[in-house]
Design a protein around this ligand. Structure first.
Ligand code: NAD
Ligand code: MG
Length: 385
């Protein structure tokens, strides 16, 4: 296999950094062609000096000069500003995009890469939540794979290898339950961000960590799974599995169930997506069934964690409802992270936004963009509650 040139969009994040670890460990297989960061110019510079990419993008234009100065002795091309992400995504110098930007901001560069016919390793689930129908249709037209990086979807993807046209009866998405598993609203009402940011099993960026605590993350993942694997609402089930060893399961027409397992470590699904269809040897710690421990599964408490119920509702309704849900959730989560609203208010903001913004059954891409903007504005107007 010749060296695959990877464009990492969001290289300074949790997924981006781990992807660079994978690349550093496999220099014969991968190189970093493009690196992008929004604000963390110091880390972007460090990464650029280590990996010598062709191009880097710093989103925050005020940090452009700093990056330029630091990389002055190199041949690395430097871009800045929001539009630069799409511009660079549209360049033909890479073989695969790792979409590892967080939130709606990841949508446009990913669309650009698909337009160009580049395979996508997709960490940014919000892209599929917002415009999954359009993304999957475009990818099919261009005959490019969207290979999931999200651990649950990577698990399902791995279970489906070799299954050809065999029909899926249902999938089971496992959820760790987050730091507040078993808690009730009277506890959650007073929860502060420092506590919500303590995930029991995974070290991730702040937004997805809060989404995991509210179970919105699992709701977004149900919608992500719907699009990736072409499933109906009834075919996607969620089970809480606090040990995070079974990363998800597929049940086929004959009742047979396949699961993908391992210790929780995002480097594994990242490496699988970058190297697919090849598995790559590594020395990551292994799960050992001989060690004492029990694997447990239980139904999620959607009465307490209402975000999951709202996401299921949005998934059932379809159209632009998941886009509304996602936009409101982004606004609410960042408000919670700035201590502006309480933990349970996140649900309130999402629910009220879903009840207000006009429903569109079959939106165009332009209408998704508009919906996102309207939903954000409305959600922001609720923050003074
Ligand atoms: P993070 O917050 O650690 O990193 C986000 C990256 O995106 C950073 O490089 C940042 O510079 C960039 N970014 C942020 N806002 C941006 C903007 N407006 N424009 C351009 N770039 C921007 O996030 P993360 O935890 O690495 O998650 C990235 C994506 O992967 C998310 O969609 C998340 O849901 C998904 N994901 C993450 C994990 C994980 O373990 N971290 C697991 C599964 C899925
Ligand atoms: Mg996940």
């Amino acid at each position: 296999m010749s060296q695959k040139r990877i464009a990492i969009f969001g290289s300074t994040g949790s997924i981006g950094r781990q992807a660079l670890d994978v690349i550093a460990a496999n220099p014969q297989l991968f190189s970093a062609e493009i690196l992008t960061a929004q604000t963390n110019d110091e880390l972007l510079i460090k990464q650029a000096l280590q990996f010598n990419p062709n191009m880097v993008v710093i989103g925050d234009e005020q940090r452009y000069l700093n990056v330029k100065e630091a990389l002055a002795g190199t041949s690395i091309k430097i871009f800045a500003g929001e539009d630069a992400l799409e511009q660079v995504a549209g360049m033909d110098s890479y073989d695969m995009m790792l979409a590892a930007i967080v939130g709606y901001a990841g949508l446009r560069p990913t669309l650009k890469a698909i337009e160009l016919g580049k395979p996508i390793a997709l960490a940014n689930k919000e892209t599929l939540v917002v415009a999954g129908d359009i993304i999957m249709r475009m990818a099919a037209e261009k005959r490019i794979p969207i290979i999931p990086v999200d651990s649950e979807h990577s698990a399902i993807f791995q279970c489906l290898v070799g299954e050809g046209r065999n029909k899926i009866e249902k999938i089971v998405l496992t959820a760790s339950g987050g730091p507040f598993l078993g808690k009730k609203p009277n506890f959650l009402v007073n929860v502060k961000k420092d506590h919500a940011l303590q995930h029991p099993n995974w070290r991730m960026g702040a937004k997805i960590t809060i989404d995991s605590a509210t179970l919105m993350n699992k709701g977004l993942e149900m919608i992500e799974a719907k699009w990736l694997f072409n499933l109906a609402y009834e075919q996607v089930q969620v089970l809480v599995h606090p040990q995070s060893i079974v990363h998800s399961m597929v049940q086929f027409e004959d009742g047979s169930i396949k699961a993908q397992m391992g210790l929780p470590d995002m480097k594994l699904p990242i490496q699988y997506a970058l190297g697919f269809p090849q598995r790559i040897a590594n020395d990551f710690p292994r799960y050992d069934f001989r060690k004492p421990g029990t694997l447990t599964f239980e139904e999620p408490d959607i009465k307490t964690f209402r975000n999951l119920g709202l996401a299921m509702e949005a998934m059932k309704q379809g159209g632009n409802m998941p886009c509304i849900l996602n936009a409101a959730n982004e606004i609410a989560v960042y408000a919670f992270l700035r201590n502006r609203i309480g933990f349970l208010d996140i649900t309130e903001v999402v629910e009220r936004t879903m009840g207000t913004i006009s429903f569109i059954e079959k939106p165009t891409l332009e209408q998704y963009f508009e919906t996102d903007g309207e939903a954000r504005n409305f959600a922001a107007s609720l923050l003074h509650m």
